[in-house]
Design a protein around this ligand. Structure first.
Ligand code: ZN
Length: 290
């Protein structure tokens, strides 16, 4: 395997690790990164010696979200990228081209990773923004350092939230509404209090703690782990999670379609600068208090 956006290693017995390796852009996700993660997980899934996979990230921040990497003005909703495995819609104008891309590269990969047949542990530090949550939330367990924060500000873009809409399960329905409406972040301690994060640890202990947890899980038989995971996921689906994600994805596309109609591009052009300014100001305020 030769990767350009991630690293794949085996840090302990029966444990594989996928590390986001674009710290210079705060691990923003382009399509190459997303499909490299998927390829690495497929490899770990097939390897009978691997029982647990850790998803980690280099640098100060886990992930700043999607790196769209193209000019929204030019894309006009149509979409062509050789990395994305679209089956229909490739290069078609408007939402006809946009929706299948998001269906495959965003919500499709997230659902596939949620159902990955081995325990996945996210090891999270720093900021996790929008698409960053789409890497963390499909994982089974989340270990966060005290400085971690979790934010989905894309209502400012004129859509409902990021494409993998499990916010009510992760944050609780009332807090989900507040954080979507305001674009504010949930910090690590509150995320632990609402059940989104399993453990909050010091930054210096993050890697060791996560590997100890992975090692403990790896003492269990693989098939038992797989059945336990499938059973909890079945309970989420019995609550309607997959149906709700599908409905929210349709609403999300209505948001893109409305923006396309009003602005000639798939998001409100005022959104990105508004969000960048708020995050800059909030980060500066936190630094002042530190
Ligand atoms: Zn979208």
């Amino acid at each position: 395997m030769s990767f350009t956006r991630i690293r794949y290693d085996r840090p302990a017995d029966h444990v594989a690790r996928v590390t986001l390796a674009r710290p210079e852009v705060r691990n923003a996700q382009d399509f190459t990164m997303l499909y490299e993660i998927d390829e690495a997980l497929t490899t770990a899934g097939k390897d009978h010696d691997v029982k647990v996979v850790v998803l980690a990230a280099d640098g100060q921040d886990f992930s700043a979200g999607h790196d769209l990497g193209f000019d929204m003005e030019e894309v006009k909703g149509s979409f062509t990228d050789p990395v994305v495995h679209q089956t229909t819609g490739d290069g078609q104008p408007g939402i006809e081209g946009w929706m299948p891309m998001e269906c495959d590269a965003y919500v499709g990969l997230c659902q596939r990773w949620r159902d990955f047949p081995k325990p996945l542990i996210a090891q999270v530090q720093g900021r996790v923004i929008a698409g960053g949550l789409m890497l963390v939330w499909p994982c089974d367990l989340i270990v966060a350092s005290r400085d971690a924060s979790f934010r989905d500000p894309v209502v400012a873009f004129g859509v409902n939230g990021h494409e993998y809409f499990v916010h009510p399960w992760e944050w609780g329905h009332r807090k989900a509404k507040e954080l979507l409406f305001t674009g504010n972040a949930m910090d690590a301690e509150e995320a632990r209090a609402v059940g989104m994060v399993n453990h909050v640890v010091d930054r210096d202990d993050l890697e060791d703690f996560t590997l100890r947890l992975a090692g403990r899980i790896a003492t269990r038989p693989m098939f038992g782990l797989k059945l336990a995971k499938m059973s909890v996921n079945a309970a989420l689906d019995a609550q309607g999670q997959s149906d709700a994600v599908r409905t929210a994805f349709a609403y999300h596309q209505i948001g893109h379609a409305n923006a396309f109609h009003r602005f000639g591009q798939v998001m409100d052009p005022d959104g990105p600068p508004m969000v960048r300014k708020e995050i800059r100001e909030q980060s500066a305020a936190r630094a002042d208090h530190a």
